[in-house]
Design a protein around this ligand. Sequence first.
Ligand SMILES: [Zn+2]
Length: 344
Amino acid sequence: MRATLMYGAGDVRVETVPNPTIQEPTDAIVRIVAGCICGSDLWPYGSKPETSEGARMGHEFVGIVEELGSEVTGLSVGDFVIAPPFVASDGTCDFCKEGLQTSCRHGAHWGGHDDGGQGEFARVPQAAGTLVVVPAAFDENLIPSLLSLSDVMSTGYHAAKKAGIEPGQTVTVIGDGAVGLSAVLSAKLMGASRIILMGRHEARTELGREFGATDVVAERGEEGIAKVRALTNGDGTHAVLEAVGLKPAIEMAIGVVRDGGVISRVGAPQFSDVPLGFAEFMRNITLTGGVAPARAYIEELLPLVLDGTIEPGKVFDRTIGLDDVPAGYQAMADREALKVLVRP
Ligand SMILES: [Zn+2]
C-alpha cells in the first residue's frame, strides 16, 4: 500500500510500504476513506532533524473495517468507523472508564513505526475500544464532519469541556486554526453568551463567526488583551480556550481571563514554563486542558453531526489525493490551506 512518511523538516514522501496485517487478536485492519493533515504535524514539518528512516504520519482518519482479529467484539467487517487521534485504547481499563483514553494502560500510538492516517490502510490495535462505528446509511457529504470528530472537533470540545463553560458565560478563543474554530463551535454548543475569537486570518475568522463567535479580535499581545478587556467591561472572560501552543498565546490567555476564570489549553505547547506567578495566584486562575481524549467525546458529538446540528467539517478547505500530501503539508505550512483532507 501507499503511505506518507516524514524524513525531516520539509521532507514528506509518499511511498510503498507493506500492507498491514492482523498481529494481535484485538487488532482490526481499516481501509482509510479519508484522513487529514493536522496542525500539529506542522511542528515536525518545521523542525524535525533529517533521518534516514521516515516516520509514518497521520493520526486522524475514518474508514471501513476490512478485517478483524479473533477477539474483537462490537465491530463487523464493512462497518464505517471513526478512529480517535493520537492513541488506541482498550475501553476497559480504569483510565478509559474515566474518559481519559489518552492515558489507557494498553494504549498504542499512530504513526512512527506503526501505521498512520495518511495512507491507504491502517492496523488498529485495541480495535473494540478504539473505533467508533457510524450507523449505516449516512450521507457521503458528512464525511468531512465525521473526520473532524477524529481530532479537531473533539479537541475543541475538550477545551470547552475542561473549561466547564456554563450557559451565559463569556469565552475567549485564542487561535483561528481548525481547533480554535472547533472550540468556538463547542463553546456555542455549551451555551456561551459571548464568544470572542482572537485571530487575524479573515477567511478563518469569518467561519468562526458562522460557528458562533460574537466578536473577532485581530490584535495580539498587549493590544489584543486591551481589546478583549474593553469588550468585557475591563474584566476579561470566564473561560479562555487556548488553541495555539506558543508562549505568547498563553500570555494572552492570562491577560484576558477574568479573575476566578479558567484557561483551558489544547494547543500542543512548544514551551515548558507557564508564567503563573504571584500576581496570577492572587487572581485565582485555573489552568487546565491537555491532549484531548477524543474517544470520550465522539459518541456524544456523532448524533449532532448526523442530524446536521453541527457541521464542523467546514474547517476542511482543500481535498487532495495521497500523491499530493507533500504539497498539502506545504499549503498548510504557508497558511494557504486551513485544513487539508486526504482521500487515498
Ligand atoms: Zn484503557
